[in-house]
Structure formats: C-alpha cells, structure tokens
Ligand binder design. Sequence first.
Ligand code: CAO
Length: 430
Amino acid sequence: MAEIKNVVVPDIGNFKDVAIIDVAVKAGDKVSAEQTLISLETDKATVDVPTPFAGVVKEVKVKVGDKVSEGALIVTIEASGEAATLAPSTAPAAAPAQTATPVATAPVATPAPVAAPIAAAAPAPVSSGASAHASPSIRRFARELGVDLVKVGGSGEKGRVTKDDVQNFVKKSLAGGGAATGGALPGLLPWPDVDFAKFGAIEAKPLSRIKKISGANLHRNWVMIPHVTQFEEADISEMEAFRKELGAEYAKQDIKITPLAFMLKACAITLKHFPDFNASLDASGENLIVKKYIHIGVAVDTPDGLMVPVIRDVDQKGIVQLAKELGEVSAKAREKKITAADMQGGCFTISSLGGIGGTAFTPIINAPEVAILGVSRSSMKPVWKDGEFVPRLMLPLSLSYDHRVIDGAAGARFTTYLAHVLSDMRRLAL
Ligand code: CAO
C-alpha cells in the first residue's frame, strides 16, 4: 500500500519565521522527485524546497505569506517510491538562489525530521528573466516554456511573478498569435539581461497596474504603426491675452482656463477640415472609418501612470465648457475615479506637456486613432515681421501620424492649418 509521507522545512541556516513566497503545488498534483513544493524568501536569498520523492500531493499545509521555520510541515505526499538525487538548483535568480535539501519524514505517524544543511548557492548564469522578481522554480518553469520573465507582470507579494502569472502570459500570447511572447521579434537581439546589482546597490520597483496596461498598448502602437512626427510653431500671442482675460473672469466660478481648452477647440476645427485625421483603420486594415463626431482624448499624468479620458463632441462646445470638463476629467483621473467608458470612443488625442516644459517631443499614437498632437511649453521668441523682429508667444506643436493613412503633405497641411486657427482667434469662433 502506498505510504503517506510528510515533507517538512529543512535546515535553512539560522533563519526563523521565513516567509513563503510561492506554493507551487496543490492537493492532487502528481509530483516527481526534486520538484519544487514551495519557495521561501530570507533576507539574503530565495530558497526552493523540493520534494525528495515522487508521488501525489495529499494535503498542502501552508499558504503564501505564512512564516515557517525548520521542521514545519509543508505537505503530505502519497509516495510512489521514486527517490530524489537532491542536486542543487541551477536556476538563476535576482537574489542568490538556493535549493534546500528537502526533508522527508515517514510515515505520518512517526515524524522524524532529518536535518540537512542548506545546499550551496547555485551559480547564477546570465539568462533571460534574471532581473524579474521570481523564485528559482518559477524561473525554471518560465524557461521551460520559453517565457522571458521580464515581460511578465508579477501579481504576487512585492510584485513577484507567480506560476499563474506565467501561465496567463502564455495563454494571452497564444491568443494574440504569439506576438506577446517573451522572445525577441524575429531578427532582433534578445533584451539585454544585466545583473545590475554587480555594479552597485539597486531596488526592484514593480510597475503600477496602469503602467503595465498602458505600456503594453504603447509598445504595440509603437511597433505596429509607422509613425512620422511633424513639428510646427503657432503664434498664440493674441490667444494668450484673451485666455488671461477669460481666466480672470471665470476664476470666481472656479473654472481654470488653460491653453489646453483652446487647443481642444482648435483641433476640433482642424479635424473637421481634415476628416481623414478623424478616422481609424478597421481591423482588416483595408478601410478607413471616418467618424462624423469629434471626441478628443486628453493624456493625463497621474501618480500611477498615464490615463486618457475622452471629451465628447468638442466641436459643439465652447472654450469655457471645455475648460470646465477638462478640469473635471483630469481631477477624476488623478483621484482614480475614471471608468473604462470615460476612456473610450476617442477620435484623436492631445498630449500636453506645456505645463511642465520642453520644446518638442514625439508622442505615440493611441491606436486605432491615426494621429496625436503633442503640445510643449510656449515661449517668447523673436519673429521676423514686416522688416523687423517682434516678440511673439510661440507654441510648439508635434503631430505624430500614421503614415499608412496620412501622407507627409497632409501632415504638414494639418499642422499649418492648426497653427493658423490658434493664431487667429476669429477662426476659433467658426
Ligand atoms: N505653454 C505654457 N504654459 C502652459 C502650457 C503651454 N503649452 N500649457 C499649460 N500651461 C500652463 C497653464 O496655463 C498653467 O499655468 P498657471 O498655473 O500659471 O495657470 C500651468 O501650465 C499648469 O497647467 P495644467 O497642467 O494644470 O493644465 P493643462 O490644461 O495645461 O493640462 C493636463 C492638464 C491634465 C493635460 C496636465 O495636467 C497633464 O497631466 N499633462 C501631462 C500629460 C502627459 O503626461 N502627456 C505625456 C503623454 S506621452 O507619455
């Protein structure tokens, strides 16, 4: 009859109450000798505890987050007789990786833990994923599946990558035709894998959820859309004088009139004039879907990352109304109250860094839109006019467009027209 055996935490040096960061098995799992059961994290290292024999897991006695010391019961296993050779792990890890020699106590009725010293730390060869936060067993698992751990978001404690994270990543990659796999794109070198700790102190900071989501979108858009960025400068001297007047008037109502409200209006007018910019390629890539409405997304910088709420029917609203809505959506985004619906339906995006600084930048198109306007900080410049230099307030514009849809001449016409609208206040009223 098969024997039920206990596996307990082995000698892990002088460490006590060590946190379990990963439980790799569940009741009913078939395990082979040396397969990792749990991973522990001490101050100095990540330690995998493998089973010394093959069998079927009967019961798991611990969970992630539990603190354990030598002798604590991990699992009970119905042993099938195959014994482990107890070779140390060769898995690379961010922290020194070690494999503890597992301790089996048999049978259940007579627990007699056999202490064994911790195995020597395995050499950590440079390999993909070494800078991700994951236990040696997860690294091994990811390597077997060809997954680059750097690309997998960690949902575990302190952003640690779990087995579920790796499995979900593979599922998503398969669903997406393999484009998201950790491997490099054909013909490209793999991502450089550097042990930064070799050169000085480091700290691993997990990316926020928003950064992971927006990062994946930005990456796809950057790789899949042939971007061209057209630069222009608009003379906003008159616009700015008017904005200041308006601002003083509406300050009492707590409405802040920033240049962005004018930008929204000017873009709506320009988009009406150039309908191909107010459009998206359909999924087949063969038809341009031209929209009869003008909804514009605004990139909002929040402590957790970039969000793009959409302001609807911009062409039908006045500057004050737009300024009011802009204030509301940016506050909502920063307070994390924005919903997915608030960020849908955009035709075009404005990303303004004007409140911060800079002279120009190359924004990434927010697919499936075909263009995005970057706005930098305005400054006084000498402009040659009627035989002399005159000081004018100039606003730098950077328009990135999808070159599959828009050709260079159309890009330059769009920014030239936009600059005219911004410099001639009468056009904003059209
Ligand atoms: N030139 C000069 N000054 C400008 C300006 C410009 N182009 N744009 C804004 N300003 C001024 C405003 O007038 C305001 O001045 P006062 O405080 O003296 O009145 C100040 O800069 C701050 O403006 P703001 O940032 O509060 O308001 P906004 O309407 O310009 O922008 C918002 C709102 C939400 C777009 C902005 O706060 C923001 O998050 N910007 C960052 C967007 C971003 O990260 N884009 C990058 C995406 S790509 O990674």
